[in-house]
Design a protein around this ligand. Sequence first.
Ligand code: GAL
Length: 667
Amino acid sequence: MNAAREARTAGRTWFGADWNPEQWDREVWRTDVELMVAAGVNLATVGVFSWSSLEPRPGKYTLDWLVEVLDLLAEHGIDADLATPTASPPPWLGVRWPETRTVTETGVRLSHGSRNHFCPSSPVYRERCRAVVAELVRRCAGHPAVALWHVGNEYGQVCFCDLCAEAFRRWLQRRHGDLDTLNRAWGTAVWSQGYAAWEEVLPPRAAPYVVNPAQRLDFRRWTSDALLELYLEQKELIRAADPTTPITTNAMGFFAGVDYRRWTPHLDVVSDDSYPDPADPASVVGSAMTADLMRGLADGRPWMLMEQAWSTVSWREHNVAKSPARMRREAFQALARGADGLCWFQWRQAADGPERFHSALLPTAGPDTRQHRAVRALGAEVAALGRLPGAVPAEVAVLFDWPSWWAHSEAGLPSARLRPLEQLRRWYEVCWRQGTTVDLRGGGDDLAGYRALLAPTAFLLDAATRERLTAAVEGGAHLVLGPFSGVVDEHTRLWQEPVPAGLAGPLGARVEEHLPLPDDAAVELHPEPGTELPAGRALLWAEWLRAEQAEVWLRFAGGPADGGPAVVSRGWGRGRVTYLGCVPDDALLAAVLTRCLGLAGAATDPGHPDGVEVVRRGGDLLLLNHADGPRRYRLAEPMTDRLTGARHAGSIELEPDAVRVLTKEDL
Ligand code: GAL
């Protein structure tokens, strides 16, 4: 990295926004950067959607304005996150080469006039991307402002065109080898789908009835890999000219379009776009979970919020405004959970286009506004704090994998109401409410060292993951599996062995039937003596479980599995496996998981004040009060607030919206 820039940026938390100078006259640019400095902005993302301003006609490049923008940023000590413009091709591309435009499932070729209308398999699109990126790199690599490269934007296009069909087939040939293997993996004997030639294999286009789930699953995998190839192609061009500046592309949290676990090893900084809905008071739980996902994906590398909204967005039907205090809480939540950067979409509120009512750091009403004053206050606070040192320690991992999510979202399951993300979120919330920090991990990650592994939704369990989980249990972890787990293999074929597949042996119990419940079912769950669990209710789902060697913790009272085991558990190796063959109500779920964490020796805090988020980062303790009323938190030792310098001992009073960054040091 450029030494001067390194000296400038070391220890900084990035604080900034997307900036679109191409939408404004030059006079505005200087005002903008001056206001940025006053607001503590030290990173501006430029160029994301500027292809038609950089190459107005094929091969005619006009990058002088962009270099001018970078000069201006450098002059003001602001880093640039320089984006490649390839997320939104200019009209000339799609008009001259219609095959560069996306085709939907039903065969409609999409038009320009919006953004993201490209086909990932089009050789012309890819060639023009390489050309414009090569020019960008030629002009801008090594520029003192460029501190981060941002490839494309929110990759997630899905295209069903003939070029994609060809690319999909090539990918399938690599994955399955020959057609017989593909036919077996996809179970094409069902409904006369057997393929006699590769040319017959297509993307899962619109068909009269439910499409083959294995075909759809592979198409999702291919889409993710195809988009990753686009990213890597550009990354290579940048790397050839600039060996050190970090490269990223922005993720979208729990986004189904791509499997970020396959992407993030190729990102130097993991960056995420997060837009929690202010109308939903519980969205702070979702944003915490997303932050933990990003930290897990980063796996020790830095991660940052690339985009969030100061208040309203332009794509919700009804925008409940976000208060500045809530915005501040959300910002500190990301820092608490390991982020090293806080950026927003966008710096200056747009005057034109579909996003002109999207909030921005600098509203149309100008800098002398309540809103912009709050931006400045937060900027000053973040600058004074500097980069928070240290990692976020977690003894518990919550497991989440895209292929399982995908397979579990297909049609044709016993119930569409057992929604994987909803269940994930309920389990996560139990940990969040008691201040147990978790890492969101994949089954293929290194799981060593976690005391407990919570797998709320592991419908698809491939052979390798089953083995890794069994090994983790043997090594001492407590694995807790949610209902409908270990049911299908990597091709979404039902495992032809006791379920949860691969883990039924260690568990000493197996599932015989999945039994979704009527909406109004009053099925009770009764604890077995000695478990110290309360009674509760099963919602939505029951299973017929046969416990052979497992202990029974809870039994169904009523419903289709009346009297049968609902939650079972067994010690195995140095660890334990627990299985929930039901969806317990919130209170009972919390009790079951707390018991599991307790048995695993993971720290829990049942006396935790409701609505207070507690996270440790390095030696610091961050407290955020999301509740409507004041709360008290008991400190184990005296601590100093880095934000105010106040010393606290005993218990600390937290007003609504309170943010405390506490350290043991005497400041
Ligand atoms: C993101 C996108 C930004 C902006 C933002 C609005 O999806 O990356 O460019 O459109 O949403 O919320």
